[in-house]
Design a protein around this ligand. Structure first.
Ligand code: FES
Length: 102
C-alpha cells in the first residue's frame, strides 16, 4: 500500500505490484503510473530525472512523456506502458492488468 504522501511533488517512486515494476509520479498534484522499466534496455526510470511531465532514463537519457508513455527521443522508440491511478483516502490505487490461468 502506498500513500499519496510517499510521492512528493515532482518526484518519482519505484514500487512493485505483483510482478510489475511500476514508477509512480506526482506532477502538479496529479498521480501517474508507468512501467518502471525503460523500453530501450533495462534501466529503472525511478532512478531517472523527472522534468515537467517527462521522465529521462538514467542510462542513455531516453525521454518519455509520463501521462501518455510516448517516447520523445530517438533512443527509445517504443511506448512506455501506462496504468490508471486512483486516489482513495490518501492511498494510491493502480490498475494493473492480471493474467489468470484457466
Ligand atoms: S536503457 Fe533507457 S535509454 Fe537506454
Amino acid at each position: 500500500m502506498t500513500e499519496t504522501a510517499a510521492v512528493g511533488e515532482g518526484e518519482v517512486l519505484g514500487v512493485t505490484i505483483g510482478e510489475e515494476l511500476i514508477a509512480l509520479y506526482r506532477i502538479e498534484d496529479t498521480f501517474y503510473a508507468t512501467s518502471n522499466v525503460c523500453t530501450h534496455a533495462f534501466a529503472l526510470l525511478s532512478d531517472g530525472y523527472l522534468e515537467d511531465d517527462c521522465i529521462e532514463c538514467p542510462l542513455h537519457q531516453a525521454l518519455f512523456h509520463v501521462p501518455t508513455g510516448e517516447a520523445r527521443s530517438r533512443i527509445a522508440k517504443r511506448l512506455l506502458k501506462t496504468f490508471a491511478v486512483k486516489v482513495e483516502n490518501d492511498r494510491l490505487l493502480v490498475e494493473v492488468p492480471t493474467t489468470v490461468e484457466v
